[in-house]
Design a binder for this molecule. Structure first.
Ligand code: ASP
Length: 439
């Protein structure tokens, strides 16, 4: 049994948190490979070390003196080192960083130091080997992550190791310069390591007890999800649920390795298992609810539209030519609607309208803005009758008008459109009917 454990920034923000992490690792000797983030926020209006590093680098690039900023960053590590009573001094590391910052070694280099230094601290505290991610996470000349090359190099490097700490978030280009993933990218590193060592499970430790059925900002203390499939998670993440970095799924998915989202502050909780496929019945008919505001509907009307072959293609081509992606296209006999992100559409709206007029000569075009889309996702819906009916009656009872309905052919999700104004009430109503009433 082999586990890879990735810890997020809030799990490593202070000496107290680091101690919890060490307890977790020592409690299970199969947790052999550890991937840390940079120290995150210690309290809600604290600043993440990664952000301090970006600011420091920008100040250096603007020719400002950065000594005060570097001291502030070093103090964050010093506080942890002292709290853990470690015999570790980062003065030299910071002297090198200062030099590199002034020589403008790149924003990616700057940001990566958060994970790099935290990796040094963790390795020392755990008594594990430290492996610089720049040696084992590789990008190509164009800056794209080189998955296969990385897998081979990482596999060789970790093959005969009992344990190691590999900092998250960054790797190196062929010329040795540092390159990071996008924000939150330590999740990807954890997944890459799990694939390379063929781990039995990729544990992703954070500050919630798993993926929640819905957004806790909308529903108070929503239930955690016990088991979710990669596909369900993708649907929810696409509609705004924030769980892990989107790209973190791919490396482990290739090997069929499950991901276990866990809470560093409540290690007794089992968290959520994210799996390829499962015959375990979900606890509720639905697995999760997610949604986003800020959509706009372009409603096109033309009599006898149904007889015009190619009508939809011509309309969508106008969106393509304007570089706008569409979300849904519900249609009727003589009506065709295109749903788009308002922010993407606004600037080009008049070009699109005139483009549609030229392409299909409609009788009228009408725009409706401030719409929200809500996705109700669940592998259990396929086998259950009346799911859509329950959603609609819950919304009717909450006095909410449904603007659009779309059920994918996979029966994995039902998407409904409501007004932005009704968004929160709608999610609560759906949550209540499927979860609260079943508790
Ligand atoms: N430290 C990086 C960030 O704040 C990466 C990570 O934490 O995953 O985005």
């Amino acid at each position: 049994m082999k586990k890879v454990a990735k810890f997020g920034g809030s799990s490593l923000a202070s000496a107290g948190q680091m101690k919890k992490v060490a307890d977790i690792i020592h409690a299970d000797e199969t947790r052999r490979f550890v991937v840390p983030s940079a120290p995150g926020k210690r309290y809600s209006d604290d600043v993440k070390v990664t952000d301090l590093l970006y600011r420091c680098y920008d100040a250096a690039a603007a020719g400002e003196d950065i000594d005060g900023r570097l001291k502030e960053i070093q103090a964050r590590y010093q506080e942890i080192i002292e709290g853990l009573e470690l015999d570790l001094n980062l003065d030299e590391e910071f002297a090198v960083m200062r030099d590199y910052f002034q020589r403008q070694a790149g924003r990616d280099y700057a940001a990566s130091r958060g994970e790099y230094l935290n990796g040094l601290v963790m390795a020392k505290y755990l008594g594990f080997k430290f492996i610089d991610a720049a040696e084992v996470v590789l990008f190509d000349e164009r800056g794209n992550f080189d998955a296969e090359h990385t897998n081979e190099v990482m596999r060789q490097r970790l093959k005969n190791m009992d344990n190691a700490v590999i900092p998250g978030f960054y790797g190196a280009m062929p010329d040795g310069s540092i390159k990071t993933f996008s924000r939150g990218g330590s999740d990807i590193t954890g997944s890459i390591v799990a694939r390379a060592v063929k781990a039995d499970v990729y544990e992703n430790w954070t500050d919630v007890s798993g993926v929640l059925v819905t957004d806790p900002h909308v529903v108070k203390n929503p239930e955690p999800i016990e088991t979710i499939t990669y596909r369900e998670l993708r649907e929810l993440a696409y509609m705004g649920a924030s769980v892990m970095h989107e790209e973190a799924i791919f490396p482990v998915r290739q090997e069929g390795i499950p991901i276990n989202i866990r809470n560093t502050n409540r290690p007794q909780d089992k968290g959520t298992m994210i799996v390829e496929s499962t015959c375990r019945q979900p606890k509720y008919v639905i697995t999760g609810i997610a949604g986003k505001k800020g959509f706009c509907a372009i409603n096109i009307e033309k009599e006898m539209m149904n007889t015009e072959i190619g009508f939809g293609r011509k309309v969508l081509q106008v969106f393509e030519e304007n570089g706008i992606s569409f979300e849904h296209t519900p249609s009727g006999i003589d009506t065709y609607t295109v749903l788009v992100h308002q922010s993407e559409f606004e600037e080009k709206e008049q070009n699109v309208i005139s483009g549609i007029h030229r392409a299909v000569h409609p009788d009228s075009i009408d725009l409706e803005s401030n719409l929200a889309l809500i996705a109700i996702v669940g592998r259990g819906m396929k086998a259950t009758k009346g799911t859509a009916g329950r959603i609609f009656s819950a919304l009717a009872h909450a006095n909410i008008n449904i603007k659009m309905i779309d059920q994918g052919s996979s029966e994995l999700n039902i998407i409904i459109g409501v007004r932005d104004l009704d968004f929160e009430v709608a999610i609560r109503a759906i949550y209540d009917i499927f979860v609260t009433t079943q508790l």
